[in-house]
Design a protein around this ligand. Structure first.
Ligand code: DX5
Ligand code: ZN
Length: 235
């Protein structure tokens, strides 16, 4: 069976009650916790750093999926790894040497992800795809929660799916496609059909009164998605 993962983004949580919010989505059935790190430089918004990551880490045993929207990237890597990040994802244009940054993340025992903005072409994956654990496809421009899903993302996901399947067959390593921005129950099946494995959902989960129901609703939609040829490569 193809496995789909749901990663609620804390960006839409109540920041005054982060520990409770994390416990709530953990009980509600989340798979990963997505932490958006924004520096008011690479993106206009400003959120949290390693100190907050480390403070909230004890409130769940779920993997922490840290999405760095910062420039530079390298000086933050070890601090987030020590703060309990399991996966560290960065934007290639935010670092001088993307290959080196991936090696740095992996040297700290974390998984490495590369995030592609809506206008960033798949060619940035040339020569580094085999080193990655996750490719994060932004389906909104980074910086804010609650934006509308950009429909052109679906074509990009389809192209990426083919490429990732070929790479996984060659290397035998698991490589996940994560999609981030504007994902909700009404579009998640289409996004999954186009090729995503991991679904970040901020407002769709934290904006719902009943988070368990929100996550169940998304899983219900995902259950309607047909298997596709590349599914075997995920096992
Ligand atoms: C945007 C962030 C997203 C955002 C998603 O820069 O990377 O993770 O929180 O929020 P929604 O699901 O509300 O679009
Ligand atoms: Zn994010």
């Amino acid at each position: 069976m193809r496995e789909f993962l749901i990663a609620p983004s804390l960006l839409s949580a109540d920041f005054a009650r982060l520990a409770d919010e994390i416990r709530d989505v953990t009980v509600a059935g989340a798979d990963w916790i997505h932490l958006d790190v924004m520096d008011n430089h690479y993106v206009p918004n400003l959120t949290v750093g390693p100190l907050v990551c480390s403070a909230i880490r004890p409130y769940t045993s779920l993997p922490f999926d840290v999405h760095l929207m910062t420039t530079p990237v390298d000086p933050l890597v070890s601090a987030f790894a020590e703060a309990g990040a399991n996966l560290i994802t960065f934007h290639p244009e935010a670092t001088l040497h993307a290959h080196r940054t991936i090696e740095l993340i992996r040297s700290h025992g974390a998984r490495a992800g590369l995030a592609l903005n809506p206008a960033t072409p798949l060619t940035v994956l040339d020569h580094v795809l085999e080193m990655l654990d996750v490719v994060l496809v932004m389906s909104v421009n980074p910086g804010f929660g609650g934006q509308a899903f950009i429909p052109e993302t679906l074509d990009k996901l389809r192209l990426l799916r083919e490429r990732v399947d070929t790479t996984m067959q060659r290397t035998g390593r698991t490589l996940l496609i994560e999609v981030d921005g504007g994902v909700k129950a009404s579009n998640i099946a289409r996004v999954a059909t186009a090729g995503a494995d991991v679904f970040v959902a901020g407002s769709a989960v934290f904006g719902a009164g009943d988070r368990a129901q929100a996550i169940r609703g998304m899983r219900g939609e995902l259950a309607t998605v047909d298997e596709y040829a590349g599914a075997a490569a995920m096992q």
